[in-house]
Design a protein around this ligand. Structure first.
Ligand code: NDP
Length: 395
């Protein structure tokens, strides 16, 4: 049916490569490219060994637009799946426009020198993608991604009016390390150390980092304390879910993780501004990333589950209603299937399913598009079959 070029061979890129390779009817040709070729080769060999499928690999610096355009022209994909880092979003979008190819990612663009978690830079590409008749699908991982699709599903099938949404994200797994992040450390630490923020009655309300906490009963996991943090999907959901009165995002963190994070912050290791060290400028958080475990390396021996979903309140047939739509994913199971931990898996599988929607033409719209703007039904049908079954519970 089509050809894809995956850019980024980290924890998430590995899952996308495995899962695309496992669907040969849809993804007839798969190329995995990244900055470090050896990482692509390792994944290629694993895919060959586990799924008996040959994928191509290539080296690319996706910060470099001409180099990326040349690769796209050589590979001739129908779609570029960007699972490198948020810093590369705009250069890869530029390359897609120049080469005339559809684009997809799982995280909003971030400037290197300031943590923002805003879509404005990517929204600025809307007219260019519309004019070119190309689709740029933003945020097609789990959160953002599946959580946005759950919102579209709730709006379409469960409620007449959705009033409040609480997106709740729990990783109750154990990787056995004193401190590690489950996806790229730089992006993860920037995300959780920024101020909290939620939206209520048309206004954004700022909080201090981790100022608000609440205990939720996570399906498959039980009671866990979660902290209110700002997360990028809130920005598009307040525009696309009509009649919304409040939306918040909650994430669980263990005490051990928070203690390490506090120390790292207090001693300046999470700073994103350059500091002079023996005549060389270094960015502390980039140096810290060098020292921390690679997220992909956590997979072997990881136990426990992730439980992520949306709690909705609203009206149906004139009555107040509350429902929880969620997925539970097991680290050990995902390791068995694709040699990855569940955080990478829950991001990579939706990215593959969204790519499938785009190649099949079921999700087709020119411009810069968020997943909640597309029909949730075919996506959710495939998501369940491809490894992430989801459930609806009336509360
Ligand atoms: P990793 O750090 O494990 O992998 C990132 C990969 O991108 C590495 O292979 C890296 O190469 C490559 N890369 C970095 N810079 C460049 C460049 N200039 N050119 C080409 N390749 C480059 O990250 P993850 O796999 O954990 O995360 C990938 C993305 O997924 C991130 O954007 C993250 O924010 C997003 N994500 C989204 C989630 C969601 O639910 N929506 C959840 C989790 C993650 P190298 O090996 O050389 O460093």
């Amino acid at each position: 049916m089509g050809r894809v070029l995956i850019i980024g061979a980290g924890g998430v890129g590995s899952v996308v490569a495995h899962k695309c390779a496992m669907e040969p009817k849809v993804f007839e040709h798969v190329t995995l490219a990244s900055r470090t070729l050896s990482r692509c080769e390792k994944i290629r060999d694993e895919v060959q060994q586990m799924h008996k499928r040959k994928i191509d690999v290539a080296q690319v610096d996706a910060d470099n637009v001409p180099e990326t355009v040349a690769l796209i022209r050589r590979v001739k994909p129908d779609l570029v799946i960007n699972v490198a880092l948020p810093y590369q979003d705009l250069t890869i979008m530029d390359a897609c426009l120049e080469a005339g190819v559809n684009y997809m990612d799982t995280a909003n663009y971030e400037p290197r020198d300031v943590a923002k978690y805003e879509y404005k830079w990517q929204w600025a590409y809307k007219e260019r993608f519309e004019k070119a008749g190309l689709m740029a699908l933003l945020g097609a991982g789990f959160d953002p991604g599946v959580t946005n699709v759950f919102c579209a599903y709730a709006q379409k099938h469960l409620f007449d009016e959705v009033h409040t949404v609480d997106i709740v994200d729990c990783n109750a797994g154990s990787h056995g390390k004193a401190f590690a992040t489950n996806f790229n450390p730089e992006i993860n630490i920037r995300e959780v150390t920024q101020n909290g923020r939620y939206w209520e009655n048309g206004k954004w309300i700022d909080t201090k980092p981790m100022e608000i906490a609440q205990t939720f009963d996570f399906p498959g996991v039980g009671d866990r304390k979660a902290y209110l943090i700002y997360h990028e999907e809130l920005e598009s959901l307040v525009l696309n879910i009509k009649g919304l009165k409040r939306i918040r995002f909650w994430m669980t963190f263990g005490d051990e993780y928070l203690t390490h994070l506090r120390v790292l912050q207090n001693i300046g290791m999470t700073r994103i501004d350059p500091v002079d060290y023996k005549g060389t400028k270094i960015i502390p958080i980039e140096f810290l990333k060098r020292l921390l475990p690679d997220p992909a390396s956590l997979a072997e021996g990881y136990t426990g589950k992730t439980s992520i979903g949306c709690i909705f309140e609203g009206k149906k047939d004139g009555k107040t209603k509350k429902a929880f739509v969620y997925n539970i994913c097991d680290h050990a199971e995902t390791y068995k299937e694709v040699r990855s931990q569940a955080v990478s898996y829950t991001t990579g599988v939706p990215a593959m399913v969204a790519a499938m929607m785009m190649l099949r033409g079921e999700w087709k719209k020119a411009g810069v598009i968020h997943v909640e703007q597309m029909n949730p039904d075919p996506f959710l049908e495939e998501l369940g079959k491809r490894g992430l079954p989801w459930h609806v519970k009336d509360l």
